[in-house]
Design a protein around this ligand. Structure first.
Ligand code: APR
Length: 243
């Protein structure tokens, strides 16, 4: 395994997926009984689906927004916020998640590449901003005042995720890449581990079960619940050890 000197120069990039929020009571997408077992992606997670049936899509995200609003950050979210605070080197957390649990845990150096439930996007004026509570076809844009033009500020399939130039720059300079609670099935996030490897980073997956077993993409694969293995890993890392 590549050796890594833990020092103030060590740059860390972390990618999280729905698995990190599972112990906070939020469903993942592809586990048994997950969101995509109950909804069709084309209906609720594409621009075409939204324009075919806006009320259906608003209801889908209103339900997720209500659940996320009452969910609490779990020890895995908190450990990552602690790592960011304690880390002497560069640190970036990129999440595919649209819940606000990393923020609730105190994370600051955070990109939501798939957008957030706490945001609106106006299709009339192109404006974006924070949003709380249900959204519907009669919601009014806080910026331009038009109604019937708002959508959740979520990146849907076929759309470009947010912050990509900054994310690729950070991956290109990473010494350590952590992938936590993601199935690695959706691009471009699924390619981040390859980008990090090309930069010479040590790559580590922490997941309920290895998502890329046998692909040799991760130098270390730690299997277990995020709420257990992430705090343990962060403790070790802050002691200068990677095991
Ligand atoms: N601890 C750690 N990992 C877990 C836990 C847990 N408690 N529970 C589930 N997992 C793992 C699963 O083993 C799986 O590998 O989390 C992963 C969840 O995978 P997905 O449901 O596919 O979620 P994610 O990888 O975030 O999906 C990526 O797909 O549908 C789109 O935009 C959506 O951002 C999402 C993207």
């Amino acid at each position: 395994m590549k050796q890594i000197e833990i020092s103030a120069a060590t740059s860390i990039v972390v990618l999280t997926g729905a698995g990190i929020s599972q112990e906070s009571g939020l469903d993942t997408f592809r586990d048994a009984g997950g969101i995509w077992a109950r909804y069709d992606i084309d209906d609720v997670a594409t621009p075409e689906g939204f324009h075919r049936n806006p009320p259906l899509v608003h209801d889908f995200y209103n339900e997720q927004r209500r659940e996320a609003a009452i969910a609490r950050a779990n020890p895995a979210h908190i450990a990552l916020a602690d790592l960011e605070k304690a880390w002497p080197g560069r640190f970036l957390l990129v999440t595919q998640n649209i819940d606000g649990l990393h923020e609730k845990a105190g994370s600051k150096a955070l990109f939501h590449m798939h957008g957030t439930l706490d945001g609106f996007l106006c299709e009339a004026c192109g404006g974006r901003g924070s949003w709380s509570g249900d959204m519907s076809i009669s919601s009014t844009c806080p910026l331009c005042g038009r109604s019937g033009t708002l959508r959740p500020d979520i990146v849907w399939f076929g759309e470009m995720p947010y912050h990509m130039p900054d994310i690729y720059r950070a991956l290109g300079e990473a010494d350590l890449f952590l992938s936590i609670g993601t199935s690695g099935t959706v691009y471009p996030a699924a390619d981040f581990v390859r980008e990090a490897r090309q930069a010479g980073a040590v790559t580590i997956e922490l997941n309920l079960e290895s998502s890329r077993k046998g692909h040799g993409l991760f130098d270390i694969e730690i299997e277990g619940k995020a709420g257990d293995c992430v705090p343990t890993f962060v403790d070790e890392l802050l002691k200068g050890r990677i095991s």
